[in-house]
Design a protein around this ligand. Structure first.
Ligand code: GLA
Length: 353
């Protein structure tokens, strides 16, 4: 059986009360989500001995999230990752977005979906406990055209899967690229760096970037480069190699082009942590996945239980359309038009080896 409960989590600066929702499954897996930013704050999964650990970075209090968070556990939108110079042209009209990352637009702008209060509705089915989050983004919010109605559904199943379904509809042509920004450390959120985790990606190409981390437009083979995760490889094995792409990212901060993309739910990544035996597989309907090795973490974000999140204390695997697609006609389109429905699903599946 699955269970849910809700407790108060605090109040935003503009006086909105937010809650912390707990989902639990039959195997002891526990997930906590707040409707502020749709943030996944906790995720307890068993190791090979059955011991639970919290495998996502995050904070104990809402105030910490309000003060400063590098998108810990958040829903990211309207557009995950970067749009060059915060500009794009759609149907002959140029739109201007905030430049909140140097000259570029990042993760939806100054107040993206990670910083808004969502309407939350817990639910249960025979096999899952879930939380349905809805948000209506006004026409022009953060510079994006169209009123966008968004539903993000988290569901925890008895197969130890955390499934996220994203849906959106618009009343004017717009661009959408929704993702989830958990930082994982499968040894436990407070257990040091993630360099020994072994990563495999179902991607034989990636989108190389310029020094501002904007894709050049090329789809480049990973073969014979430190970007090759075709076979499971420790994240730290090549991260310090003298490689221009690693230098631009300060480590891995790249979009990988998933092989055989057809919009169906397919395996994108597998991560194995040798000391605990924990395995996380990621399945997605999206064409890309951003692998970010936590390069900007520097200990200044003090997390749950006082854990200082030092350099590379967590990694992100953000399923997505490619960065800067609104300015790259050769990339899969992120345009959403009235009458169409944006649909995207990502599943995180936990097991042990
Ligand atoms: C994404 C970006 C990174 C960084 C993190 C959050 O992964 O690609 O450059 O912004 O989010 O710090």
């Amino acid at each position: 059986m699955t269970a849910q409960e809700v407790e108060p989590f605090g109040r935003t600066a503009d006086g909105k009360d937010v809650g912390l929702y707990t989902l639990a499954n039959a195997n002891g897996v526990v997930v906590k989500i707040t409707n502020y930013g749709g943030i996944l704050t906790h995720l307890f999964v068993p190791d090979r001995e059955g011991n639970l650990a919290d495998v996502v970075l995050g904070y104990d209090s809402l105030d910490d999230y309000l003060r400063d968070s590098p998108y810990f556990g958040a829903i990211v939108g309207r557009y995950g990752n970067r749009i060059a110079r915060g500009r794009f042209v759609l149907d002959g009209v140029e739109y201007t977005l905030a430049a909140n990352n140097g000259a570029n637009h990042l993760h939806g702008g100054l107040k993206g979906f990670d910083k808004v209060v969502w309407t939350a509705e817990p639910f249960a089915t025979d096999d899952a406990a879930g939380l349905r989050l809805t948000y209506v983004s006004a026409d022009g919010e953060e510079g994006y055209p169209g009123q966008l109605s968004v539903t993000v559904t988290y569901a925890l199943t008895n197969d130890n899967e955390l499934r996220i379904d994203y849906r959106a509809e618009t009343d004017k042509p717009t661009v959408v690229n929704l993702t989830h920004h958990s930082y994982f450390n499968l040894a436990g959120h407070d257990s040091g760096d993630i360099l020994e985790h072994e990563l495999a990606l179902a991607a034989s190409r990636f989108t190389p970037v310029d020094p501002g981390l904007i894709p050049t437009g090329e789809l480049r083979s990973t073969v014979s480069t430190p970007m090759d995760f075709g076979k499971a490889t420790a994240i730290g094995a090549r991260i310090d190699e003298a490689d221009e792409q690693l230098r631009f990212g300060g480590g891995y901060d790249h979009n990988f082009v998933l092989d055989e993309y057809d919009g169906s739910l397919r395996i994108a990544a597998q991560v194995y942590e040798p000391t605990s035996g924990r395995v996380m597989e990621i399945y997605t309907t999206e064409p890309g996945i951003q692998f970010y090795s936590g390069n900007f973490l520097d200990g200044s974000n003090v997390g749950k239980g006082g854990a200082p999140y030092d350099h590379r204390a967590g990694f992100c695997l953000e399923t997505q359309h490619f960065p800067d697609s609104p300015n790259k006609p050769q990339f899969p389109s992120t345009v959403l038009r009235p009458g169409e429905r944006f649909e995207s699903t990502t599943v995180y599946r936990f097991s042990v080896r």
